[in-house]
Design a protein around this ligand. Structure first.
Ligand code: BG6
Length: 486
């Protein structure tokens, strides 16, 4: 195989130091990345190769788990790093990039290249065009591009057109790191490798489903990015809707990149289009306000003091198909919540008749299945059991599987898994162009509604709480409440 070169645009940014370099280091240590390979960081900040290696080494010390840090491996890994100080927005720099690639590989036309776009989204449309002009899109070249892919439907379509003019679809890897999570992939195994749940997995037995992905941090130092993005673009249009797809999709007859992604798209295309009443009552957006020693969103660095960007969103979705008709999917995400957790809670229908008498008259009648993606990764089933002793009182108890029980098998890192897949040429866990389009088709009307109704409510919620009370009201309509994990 030709020498492999990964070119990271945005090499001095947050994502590179927090996620990409630790992931590449772990692939290197696991010998998934070996032989003749080079990683070239590209960015406007000026570094020499030596400075960049030292900088990344010090970041690895911060972002790699202490038990995985090994001085020798870290030293050896950073020797594969190089740096090219160019402005990725300007065409001229790509001639220098090509020269650098030829010089490092000693090849006339190096083509085993992987471009990674970890830049602000405003550069997603520009970089591929410069790559093409510099003839760097040939052979085995691949490109990984971060989310959000597009700012709305129109810009996502424009991006898809640009990418299609530079690369074949098989060369384009639109990354959504939630799909790289072991626990997200396990949703498919749980559903389709077991015979007992799938017969119940439909509107006859399921009452409603909740999907929660919340964080106890604010926007940290990403104000510039976040204030022009917001929770809908940052989390919902990609991560959350992927989780909806994994929960709701049909099993493909054979599992491969095409069949799996076909089923994902079918879910997106079955989402019940949103109507006026949904914009007003079934979508709740919020923004965190100062509380205790926590800043309010509008006081964050690089955020407008009048910002109307949402840091919280809860939505009720419907899926119009035979399996899911009438079953609401409640999804929510937020910054500055009481805890960090991602989980799916499947609420089964109540037993049709209750013959036991429980204290207070409330016997638990509905089973609940919780797929916990992070942290405390595992699966919990809530079932009713008789309380030992006289009478027939029933109480809900928990059956629990925790990933810890797998006995030392570490849960791999999502970025490492996905970068490895891309290097191996497996696009299964990446978002296809038609999925981007279908997802934006569904969410674009929300953005338009907010734009056309500048007074549409944006509720404040004190940092460190579970979001606006209005999102509770949305659940009450169904006679339910959010499951707030502790
Ligand atoms: C990223 C978002 O894609 O996902 C961040 O841009 C968010 O705002 C992050 O914090 C959450 O990912 P994880 O894996 O930490 O749940």
């Amino acid at each position: 195989m030709d020498k492999f070169v990964m070119i990271i645009f945005g090499a001095s940014g947050d994502l590179t130091k927090r996620k990409l370099m630790p992931a590449l280091y772990s692939l290197y240590k696991d010998k998934r990345l070996k032989g003749d390979f080079f990683i070239i960081g590209v960015g406007r900040t000026v570094y020499t190769d030596t400075d960049y290696r030292a900088y990344i080494y010090s970041e690895l010390e911060k972002f790699v788990k202490p038990e995985d840090q090994d001085k020798e491996w870290m030293d050896a890994f950073t020797q594969h790093l190089y740096y090219l100080p160019i402005d990725p927005a300007v065409e001229a720099g790509y001639v220098r990039l090509r020269e650098r690639l030829e010089e490092l590989t000693g090849e006339k036309e190096p083509d085993n290249l992987l471009f990674y776009l970890a830049t602000p989204p405003s550069l997603y449309g520009v970089i591929p065009l410069h790559i093409k002009k510099a003839h760097l899109n040939r052979g085995h070249a691949r490109i990984i591009v971060e989310k959000p892919f597009g700012y709305d439907l129109e810009s996502a379509r424009e991006l898809n057109r640009i990418y299609a003019s530079v690369f074949g679809e098989h060369q384009i890897y639109r990354i959504d790191h939630f799909l790289g999570k072991e626990t997200a992939q396990n949703i498919l195994a749980f559903r389709f490798a077991n015979g007992i749940f799938e017969p119940l997995w439909n509107r006859n037995y399921i009452d409603y489903i909740e999907i929660t992905a919340v964080e106890n941090l604010g926007i940290e130092d990403r104000g510039g990015f976040y204030d022009s993005t917001g929770a809908l673009r940052d989390m919902v249009q990609n991560h959350l809707i992927q989780l909806v797809a994994l929960t709701a999709m049909e099993p493909p007859a054979v599992f491969n990149a095409d069949t799996f992604r076909d089923e994902v798209v079918k879910v997106y295309e079955s989402l019940t289009p949103l109507k006026e009443v949904d914009f007003e009552e079934h979508i709740v957006r919020g923004q965190y306000t100062a509380s205790g020693n926590k800043k309010g969103y509008r006081e964050e660095k690089n955020v407008s003091p009048e910002s109307r960007t949402e840091t919280y969103i809860a939505m009720k979705l419907g899926i119009s198909n035979w399996r899911w008709s009438g079953v609401p999917f409640y999804i929510r995400t937020g910054k500055q919540m009481p805890t960090k957790v991602t989980e799916i809670v499947v609420h089964f229908r109540e037993t049709p008749h209750q013959m036991f008498h429980c204290e207070g008259g409330h016997c638990p009648r509905a089973n609940k299945l919780i797929l916990r993606l992070q942290p405390n990764e595992g699966i919990v089933l809530k079932i009713g059991m008789k309380v030992p002793g006289a009478g027939f009182e029933v109480k809900q108890v928990t059956m629990e599987f925790s990933y810890n029980q797998l006995g030392g098998v570490p849960i791999g890192d999502a970025y490492a898994r996905l970068i490895d897949d891309c290097i191996q040429g497996d696009p299964t866990l990446f978002t296809r162009s038609d999925a981007v389009d279908a997802s934006w088709r569904f969410f674009d009307p929300v953005l338009r509604y907010w734009k056309d109704h500048p007074d549409a409510p944006l509720y404040g919620y004190p940092a460190g709480t579970w979001g606006p009370l209005e999102s509770e009201a949305m659940m009450h309509e169904h006679g339910a409440e959010w499951t707030n994990p502790c």
